[in-house]
Ligand binder design. Structure first.
Ligand code: FES
Length: 317
């Protein structure tokens, strides 16, 4: 029963007057207070709050809008204005898996348009539409900064690199059958839209450092630069001749505090350079490793260098 149709006397008691039952409202309110506490001004918490609502309802519901407005001292119109601006916020119930095909320029040229057309025909839905079984919402998405793996598809924001129409069709079929589906890098499995929304709200699921974040295509430039002794500046390829930008070797290292803060290999937030730790890192069923040498310990401050590359080929999925 919606908030609008529920008799006033039976509506849950709470500061927001939402349609949530008391238990749900209490749980969401406790979560919301954690989110708000991260910001100097409460209203700054709106974006993660909207993800929190999606983790509960699967979209930005009317109750969710009312809840956010009540917690953050905003009007429902102000909350709606934000929720309708960003495509990650859904105005109607989303599928369990958002399948986003990058059709931005590079991916489109590399086959993204064909992948989207194949999935659209195969699933019988268009952009921002959901299959009848509620499993898949299909989207065209913009560049996800994974152009080196084009054409790229995302499932609940996990990467599926170098796809083909056939491999993409296989992924959505497996999702609809409830099979375990593994991204080609990053987390070792795909979670649901609601679970992913809770992570985006800032509640970690402990999987942020699963898998390999930066594979060989991403780190190829760094490797070539090392092999050839290239540096950024006048001496390097494409150098601008701006000799005055070359660091003074006698000067204190700029940003040394940043270097000091670089997470150690395998530590939280270290995705580019890490040791193999999880089954997804090492399983021969899902990964192949290059013969790239393992960087020495003193190379840790270069986050763009990866010691191991994991890619999943189409035939292995
Ligand atoms: S164009 Fe598709 S990830 Fe950049």
């Amino acid at each position: 029963m919606s908030l609008e149709t529920q008799p006033a006397g039976q509506r849950p008691v709470g500061p927001t007057g939402t349609g949530y039952d008391e238990v749900t409202l209490a749980r969401l309110t406790a979560d919301a207070h954690q989110i708000v506490a991260r910001y100097p001004q409460a209203r700054s918490a709106l974006l993660p709050m909207l993800h929190l609502v999606q983790s509960e309802d699967g979209y930005v519901s009317r109750s969710g809008i009312t809840f956010c407005a009540g917690i953050l001292d905003l009007t429902p119109a102000e909350v709606s204005a934000v929720a309708t601006f960003y495509t990650q916020y859904k105005r109607r119930p989303n599928g369990e898996y958002t399948v986003g095909v990058c059709t931005n320029t590079l991916c489109a040229i590399m086959g993204g348009d064909e992948i989207f057309d194949e999935l659209s025909e195969h699933l019988g839905i268009g952009h921002d539409e959901t299959t009848d079984d509620g499993a898949v919402t299909l989207e065209r998405i913009e560049c996800n900064a994974a152009c080196d793996y084009a054409p790229v598809m995302m499932v609940n924001w996990e990467f599926f690199d170098q796809q083909t129409p056939a491999s993409a069709r296989g992924v959505v079929d497996d999702l609809r059958l409830g099979k375990d589906v593994a991204p080609t890098r990053g987390a070792s499995s795909v979670c649901s839209f609601k679970q992913m929304s809770r992570v985006l709200a800032g509640f970690t699921d402990g999987r942020a450092d699963e898998g390999v974040g930066a594979g060989e295509p991403t780190t190829r430039g760094t490797r070539l630069a090392r092999e050839h002794g290239w540096t950024a500046g006048a001496d390097g390829p494409g150098g601008t001749g701006a000799e005055d930008q070359t660091p003074d070797e006698d000067a204190p290292a700029q940003g040394s505090g940043v270097a000091d803060a670089t997470p150690s290999t395998g530590a939280e937030q270290s995705s580019a350079e890490r040791t193999e730790e999880t089954p997804a890192d090492t399983s021969p069923a899902t990964t192949t490793s290059t013969d790239e040498p393992t960087p020495a310990a003193d190379e840790k401050t270069d986050p763009a260098a990866a010691d191991t590359t994991s890619t999943t080929t189409e035939g292995e999925r």
